[in-house]
Design a protein. Structure first.
Lengths: 59, 152
Protein backbone atom coordinates (compact mmCIF):
# COMPACT_ATOMS: atom_id res chain seq x y z
CA UNK A 1 0.00 0.00 0.00
CA UNK A 2 1.51 3.30 -1.06
CA UNK A 3 1.26 6.55 0.87
CA UNK A 4 -1.16 7.75 -1.80
CA UNK A 5 -3.77 5.10 -1.06
CA UNK A 6 -6.94 6.74 0.27
CA UNK A 7 -7.78 5.30 3.68
CA UNK A 8 -10.75 5.58 5.98
CA UNK A 9 -10.88 4.90 9.72
CA UNK A 10 -12.99 1.88 10.60
CA UNK A 11 -13.55 -0.60 13.39
CA UNK A 12 -10.60 -2.49 11.91
CA UNK A 13 -8.33 0.53 11.79
CA UNK A 14 -7.42 2.39 8.63
CA UNK A 15 -8.57 0.53 5.56
CA UNK A 16 -8.33 1.40 1.87
CA UNK A 17 -11.59 2.95 0.74
CA UNK A 18 -11.31 0.96 -2.47
CA UNK A 19 -11.67 -2.27 -0.47
CA UNK A 20 -14.96 -1.18 1.04
CA UNK A 21 -18.52 -0.90 -0.21
CA UNK A 22 -20.23 2.40 0.56
CA UNK A 23 -23.98 2.56 1.18
CA UNK A 24 -26.35 5.37 2.06
CA UNK A 25 -29.86 5.20 3.42
CA UNK A 26 -32.56 7.66 4.37
CA UNK A 27 -35.14 7.18 7.12
CA UNK A 28 -38.17 9.37 7.67
CA UNK A 29 -40.28 9.69 10.81
CA UNK A 30 -42.65 12.36 12.13
CA UNK A 31 -39.91 13.70 14.38
CA UNK A 32 -36.81 13.42 12.24
CA UNK A 33 -35.13 12.79 8.91
CA UNK A 34 -32.08 10.53 9.16
CA UNK A 35 -29.18 9.99 6.74
CA UNK A 36 -27.05 6.90 7.28
CA UNK A 37 -23.65 6.15 5.75
CA UNK A 38 -22.24 2.65 5.90
CA UNK A 39 -18.93 1.18 4.79
CA UNK A 40 -18.80 -2.58 4.51
CA UNK A 41 -15.90 -4.98 4.22
CA UNK A 42 -17.57 -7.96 2.65
CA UNK A 43 -20.64 -8.60 4.77
CA UNK A 44 -19.34 -6.76 7.81
CA UNK A 45 -20.14 -3.16 8.69
CA UNK A 46 -16.83 -1.52 9.57
CA UNK A 47 -17.96 2.10 9.67
CA UNK A 48 -21.40 3.60 10.21
CA UNK A 49 -22.23 7.26 10.59
CA UNK A 50 -25.68 8.68 11.30
CA UNK A 51 -26.96 12.21 10.78
CA UNK A 52 -30.35 13.17 12.18
CA UNK A 53 -32.25 16.33 11.25
CA UNK A 54 -34.60 17.14 14.11
CA UNK A 55 -38.21 18.06 13.52
CA UNK A 56 -39.40 18.54 17.08
CA UNK A 57 -42.95 18.96 18.32
CA UNK A 58 -44.17 22.03 20.13
CA UNK A 59 -44.33 21.64 23.89
CA UNK B 1 -39.44 1.04 28.78
CA UNK B 2 -38.95 3.64 26.07
CA UNK B 3 -37.92 7.23 25.53
CA UNK B 4 -40.54 9.81 24.62
CA UNK B 5 -40.01 13.17 22.95
CA UNK B 6 -41.19 16.03 25.13
CA UNK B 7 -40.38 19.32 26.79
CA UNK B 8 -39.70 18.27 30.36
CA UNK B 9 -42.48 19.19 32.75
CA UNK B 10 -40.07 20.39 35.42
CA UNK B 11 -38.52 22.78 32.89
CA UNK B 12 -41.85 24.53 32.39
CA UNK B 13 -42.17 25.40 36.08
CA UNK B 14 -38.47 26.19 36.36
CA UNK B 15 -38.87 28.80 33.65
CA UNK B 16 -41.40 30.55 35.86
CA UNK B 17 -39.04 30.28 38.82
CA UNK B 18 -36.19 31.84 36.85
CA UNK B 19 -33.85 28.84 36.89
CA UNK B 20 -32.87 28.89 33.24
CA UNK B 21 -31.21 31.59 31.17
CA UNK B 22 -30.90 31.10 27.43
CA UNK B 23 -30.34 34.78 26.81
CA UNK B 24 -27.51 37.28 26.85
CA UNK B 25 -29.73 39.48 29.05
CA UNK B 26 -31.49 38.37 32.22
CA UNK B 27 -32.87 40.99 34.63
CA UNK B 28 -33.39 38.43 37.41
CA UNK B 29 -29.69 37.65 37.70
CA UNK B 30 -26.72 39.70 38.79
CA UNK B 31 -24.71 38.68 35.71
CA UNK B 32 -26.01 38.46 32.15
CA UNK B 33 -24.40 35.14 31.31
CA UNK B 34 -26.09 32.45 29.30
CA UNK B 35 -26.32 29.10 31.05
CA UNK B 36 -24.15 26.28 29.72
CA UNK B 37 -26.22 23.63 28.03
CA UNK B 38 -25.32 20.07 27.13
CA UNK B 39 -26.79 17.21 25.10
CA UNK B 40 -26.44 13.55 26.04
CA UNK B 41 -27.49 10.39 24.22
CA UNK B 42 -29.54 7.59 25.75
CA UNK B 43 -30.13 3.95 24.95
CA UNK B 44 -33.36 2.84 23.34
CA UNK B 45 -33.96 0.81 26.51
CA UNK B 46 -33.82 3.89 28.73
CA UNK B 47 -36.78 5.84 30.09
CA UNK B 48 -36.26 9.50 29.32
CA UNK B 49 -39.42 11.54 28.91
CA UNK B 50 -41.44 14.54 30.11
CA UNK B 51 -41.00 13.36 33.71
CA UNK B 52 -37.22 13.55 33.49
CA UNK B 53 -36.14 16.36 35.79
CA UNK B 54 -32.36 16.19 35.52
CA UNK B 55 -29.55 14.52 33.63
CA UNK B 56 -28.27 11.27 35.07
CA UNK B 57 -26.06 8.50 33.73
CA UNK B 58 -28.86 5.97 34.00
CA UNK B 59 -29.49 4.65 30.50
CA UNK B 60 -26.86 6.85 28.90
CA UNK B 61 -24.89 5.38 26.02
CA UNK B 62 -21.26 4.43 26.40
CA UNK B 63 -18.55 3.60 23.91
CA UNK B 64 -15.31 4.63 22.29
CA UNK B 65 -14.82 8.40 22.27
CA UNK B 66 -18.18 9.09 23.95
CA UNK B 67 -17.79 11.14 27.12
CA UNK B 68 -20.44 10.75 29.80
CA UNK B 69 -22.58 13.86 30.00
CA UNK B 70 -22.55 14.38 26.27
CA UNK B 71 -21.41 17.44 24.36
CA UNK B 72 -21.61 21.16 24.97
CA UNK B 73 -24.43 22.90 23.11
CA UNK B 74 -23.59 26.05 21.18
CA UNK B 75 -25.85 28.79 22.51
CA UNK B 76 -25.35 32.22 20.97
CA UNK B 77 -28.93 32.89 19.89
CA UNK B 78 -31.41 34.65 22.16
CA UNK B 79 -34.92 33.24 22.52
CA UNK B 80 -37.53 35.02 20.39
CA UNK B 81 -41.26 35.18 19.92
CA UNK B 82 -43.62 35.17 16.96
CA UNK B 83 -47.36 35.40 17.45
CA UNK B 84 -48.09 33.40 20.59
CA UNK B 85 -45.03 31.15 20.32
CA UNK B 86 -41.71 31.56 22.10
CA UNK B 87 -38.86 29.69 20.48
CA UNK B 88 -35.15 28.96 20.57
CA UNK B 89 -32.65 26.78 18.73
CA UNK B 90 -29.00 26.06 19.51
CA UNK B 91 -26.60 27.89 17.24
CA UNK B 92 -24.84 24.67 16.28
CA UNK B 93 -25.56 21.00 15.72
CA UNK B 94 -24.85 18.33 18.30
CA UNK B 95 -21.96 16.22 17.04
CA UNK B 96 -20.04 13.22 18.22
CA UNK B 97 -16.95 12.40 16.13
CA UNK B 98 -15.30 9.04 15.59
CA UNK B 99 -17.44 7.23 18.13
CA UNK B 100 -18.48 3.63 18.42
CA UNK B 101 -21.86 3.18 20.06
CA UNK B 102 -22.76 -0.46 19.62
CA UNK B 103 -25.92 -0.54 21.74
CA UNK B 104 -28.98 0.97 20.06
CA UNK B 105 -29.82 4.52 21.11
CA UNK B 106 -32.74 6.72 20.10
CA UNK B 107 -32.79 9.73 22.40
CA UNK B 108 -31.02 12.98 23.13
CA UNK B 109 -31.56 14.91 26.36
CA UNK B 110 -30.92 18.66 26.35
CA UNK B 111 -30.08 19.88 29.84
CA UNK B 112 -28.70 22.85 31.76
CA UNK B 113 -25.28 22.05 33.19
CA UNK B 114 -25.10 25.47 34.86
CA UNK B 115 -28.19 24.72 36.94
CA UNK B 116 -27.68 21.32 38.55
CA UNK B 117 -28.11 19.52 35.22
CA UNK B 118 -31.81 20.37 35.10
CA UNK B 119 -33.51 18.73 32.15
CA UNK B 120 -34.92 20.87 29.36
CA UNK B 121 -36.26 18.65 26.60
CA UNK B 122 -36.11 15.14 25.17
CA UNK B 123 -35.70 14.49 21.45
CA UNK B 124 -36.15 11.05 19.92
CA UNK B 125 -35.26 9.60 16.55
CA UNK B 126 -35.09 6.18 14.92
CA UNK B 127 -32.95 3.70 16.86
CA UNK B 128 -29.33 3.82 15.70
CA UNK B 129 -25.85 2.43 16.26
CA UNK B 130 -22.59 4.03 15.18
CA UNK B 131 -19.36 2.23 14.33
CA UNK B 132 -16.08 4.16 14.12
CA UNK B 133 -18.15 6.99 12.71
CA UNK B 134 -19.88 10.26 13.40
CA UNK B 135 -23.28 11.00 14.87
CA UNK B 136 -24.85 14.38 14.43
CA UNK B 137 -28.17 15.92 15.34
CA UNK B 138 -28.71 18.82 12.96
CA UNK B 139 -30.76 21.74 14.14
CA UNK B 140 -33.97 22.83 12.43
CA UNK B 141 -34.62 26.36 11.23
CA UNK B 142 -34.88 28.75 14.15
CA UNK B 143 -38.39 30.10 13.68
CA UNK B 144 -41.72 29.75 15.45
CA UNK B 145 -42.72 26.76 13.33
CA UNK B 146 -39.53 24.71 13.33
CA UNK B 147 -37.29 25.72 16.25
CA UNK B 148 -35.89 22.98 18.45
CA UNK B 149 -37.61 24.37 21.54
CA UNK B 150 -41.02 25.96 21.07
CA UNK B 151 -43.52 27.01 23.71
CA UNK B 152 -46.87 28.09 22.40
Amino acid sequence: MSNDTPLVWTTKGNLPIADLTYHTDWAFSPGSVTFIETYMLGDEIVKRSVHVHAIPNEG
Amino acid sequence: MANTQAICTSFKSELMAGYHNFSSVNPSRTANTRDSLKAALFLATATVNASTAAYSTTGEVSGTNYTAGGVAVANTVDPATSGTTAYWTPSGSFSWTNVTLSSAFDCCLLYNSSQANRAIAVYTFGSQTVSAGNFSLTMPTNDSTNALLRIG
